[in-house]
Design a binder for this molecule. Structure first.
Ligand SMILES: [Zn+2]
Length: 183
């Protein structure tokens, strides 16, 4: 069986939808890549800062509220102070974190890197994604193979595309390390 790896790469960071006071309506906010750390007495408040795409009004997504500096790993704390790119990305990609802050999150488009399984040959495709996107597997596979919804469903029904763990490929969402079998 041929083994293939698909790497899911997001194109950009997710935008979030929030009400913007200045615009007076729901706006798209994008991640600034900057953290704000406020020290108050013995505690820290840490936010990741978003900006309204239209007017630059900021919205702060709470990362930590009233946390003791000793409770945080020194490297992590330094990452917040220095706006470390990877750290900001990690939070900006975390849908649970953003939803917990009351934002609606727009999924970024992503590209699927890796070979296309040859037809008439059985291939095992492992999907790797550094970030847990709530994206449907059907969307990824259809984009990669340029399949219509109808063609995709036909192949799934016929067992020509299936999940090694028996997940329902009509509706299941991306999980890092999941394996699909194509034939
Ligand atoms: Zn605005």
């Amino acid at each position: 069986m041929k083994k293939i790896i698909w790497k899911i790469e997001p194109l950009g960071l997710p935008l979030v939808l929030r009400h913007c006071k200045k615009c007076g309506k729901t706006s798209e906010f994008s991640c600034s890549g900057q953290f704000r750390v406020n020290a108050q007495r013995k505690y820290l408040d840490i936010w990741l800062i978003y900006k309204c795409a239209k007017c630059d009004t900021t919205w702060n997504a709470a990362v930590y509220s009233r946390v003791s500096p000793q409770a945080l790993n020194a490297n992590l704390l330094e990452g917040f102070y220095s706006n470390e790119e990877g750290l900001a990305r990690q939070y900006a990609m975390d849908f649970q974190f953003l939803k917990g802050n009351g934002a609606d999150v727009l999924r970024p488009s992503c590209s699927v890197l890796g070979d296309i399984p040859a037809s008439g040959e059985v291939s095992e495709v492992e999907i790797q994604s550094e970030y847990p996107f709530p994206v449907k597997v059907s969307t990824l596979v259809r984009d990669k193979l340029c399949l219509s919804q109808k063609d995709y469903l036909e192949r799934v029904t016929e067992g020509k595309i299936r999940s090694s763990a028996g997940q329902d490929l009509r509706k299941c969402r991306l999980k890092n390390g999941m394996v699909l079998i194509f034939q």
